[in-house]
Design a protein around this ligand. Structure first.
Ligand SMILES: [Zn+2]
Length: 456
């Protein structure tokens, strides 16, 4: 199906455009008063503004059924990891994973996302490949573009919560073999693939030895795969790196060949001036996840300083166990507000925040033909309904979704020229989504022996 989007009230990056022609999955023509061609379906955008789909560069879909776990509500990262993800993730079955992924994708799509980089870390020595397959399948069924950042660990690490969960890490040979199996089965090449694999040990400092990390970076680069991990979310990374390796966390990353324009890290809340200098000079990127960093009391990443020094900035939602809204729109709104509060009213421009959340995120993921509205680009496009009462009176029409924040109303969302969301409906039946999520929720509680009907 080809489409002609007509009469939009604004199109990001295109000041004098109201109409967009979409042909064979690509943006074919931009202009005003475009005439429909034979076989095209017209999409009325007269009450809409049009954005490139947002590119979420850090998520944990498995956490979509771990929202608001009572034990973790008021804990900082270290304790929260033990109470929430480490306690629950070893009990997640492929079916629970599939339902959690669909739920997470729904939250993201509803908030304007068309590409998700999911940091999937449910791996141990006896992991079933069906767990990972469930994430790929959910993306297929929901129609979203997926970059699967393949997590996991090759050493036990020092966290008591993980030791208590009783899972044995993979050996480096096992991880590399399974990575290569996934590469052969799922990874697509090109400038706008629907499926990409990324090498992404869960934590750069805690998951693997320096030698294993070097092997992983060499593997990634031999296959032209991007690299991703958590780094410097809290001070503990810096302390551990200094104690274990006698160097800062970023220096350790450098030694392990884990810096470069093919690498981006989640959080970097505690990056200091020296770290930023090294990260910028190597063109390493960040997935800035402000809601999660606020929720866990970790702090605020110095993103404006990073941007000024030349680092590559992108925005991530992080998992819904520490960012319960699962909303990319909220992340953009919060990014805009937070950094103004710290750096002053002229420090953070809406235009820049939108670029970090779309074009720049896509570039970090290696999706060269995604994240912008221009002729020849993949048609990953979101139409926001600004005819709603809450937008009336807003003078900055184009930026009103980001300015006004949630609740946002997506009227249409397209990925590769295909409609994946329309007026509150996604490709998977909404009632089924709710029923399956509730079944998985109950099943998971039973499996961790904490079944308590009061929490349902
Ligand atoms: Zn994370």
């Amino acid at each position: 199906m080809n489409y002609l989007i007509k009469d939009a009230r604004g199109v990001v990056g295109n000041e004098f455009v109201s109409d967009i022609r979409i042909k064979d999955g690509l943006i074919d023509e931009l202009g005003t008063s475009l005439e429909p061609m034979a076989g095209e379906r017209i999409i009325d955008a007269s009450q809409c503004v049009v954005y490139p789909g947002f590119v979420n560069t850090h998520h944990h879909l498995a956490q979509s059924i771990l929202k608001g776990i009572p034990a973790g509500l008021n804990q900082p990262l270290g304790e929260w990891l033990a109470s929430v993800p480490y306690q629950y993730w070893p009990k997640i079955t492929p079916e629970i994973m599939y339902n959690a992924a669909c739920l997470g994708f729904y939250d993201l799509i509803r908030s304007g996302v068309t590409t998700c980089a999911d940091h999937h870390y449910l791996y141990h020595s006896k992991t079933s490949p069906e767990l990972e397959a469930a994430v790929w399948q959910a993306a297929e069924d929901m129609g979203i573009r997926l970059v699967l950042c393949r997590g996991g660990a090759t050493s036990k690490g020092t966290h008591k919560g993980l030791a208590k969960a009783g899972v044995e890490p993979e050996s480096i040979d096992q991880m590399l073999k399974r990575l290569d199996d996934s590469y052969s089965k799922y990874h697509q090449k090109g400038s706008a693939p629907m499926r990409k694999l990324v090498v992404a040990p869960t934590s750069l400092i805690h998951s693997s030895s320096a030698q294993d990390l070097k092997q992983l970076s060499q593997y990634a680069r031999s296959r032209q795969l991007k690299m991703h991990s958590h780094l410097l979310e809290v001070d503990f990374d810096q302390q551990q790196s200094l104690a274990k390796y006698g160097k800062s966390a970023v220096e350790f990353a450098e030694e392990c060949e884990w810096l470069g324009d093919d690498v981006w890290f989640a959080h970097l809340v505690k990056a200091n001036e020296c770290d930023i200098k090294i990260l910028a000079s190597t063109k390493t990127g960040i997935a800035h996840c402000p809601t999660s960093n606020c929720r866990l009391g970790s702090g605020i990443a110095p993103v404006i300083d990073m941007y000024k020094k030349g680092m590559r900035i992108s925005i991530g939602v992080d998992g819904s166990a520490s960012s319960e809204s699962g909303s990319m729109l909220q992340e953009l709104n919060l990014t805009w507000l937070l950094h103004r509060a710290i750096n002053g009213a002229n420090s953070t421009l809406l235009e820049e925040v939108v670029e970090w959340g779309s074009r720049d995120g896509a570039a970090l993921l290696g999706l060269e033909n995604v994240g912008t509205i221009e002729v020849g680009a993949a048609a990953d496009i979101v139409l926001y309904d600004i005819g709603q009462v809450r937008y009336q009176g807003c003078h900055s029409i184009l930026y009103s979704p980001v300015l006004c924040g949630e609740p946002v109303q997506v009227k249409y969302s397209l990925v590769n020229g295909k409609i994946i969301y329309q007026n509150d409906n996604c490709l998977v039946d909404r009632e089924a989504l709710i029923i399956h999520a509730q079944q998985s929720f109950s099943e998971l509680l039973k499996r961790v022996n904490h079944f308590n009907p009061l929490f349902i």
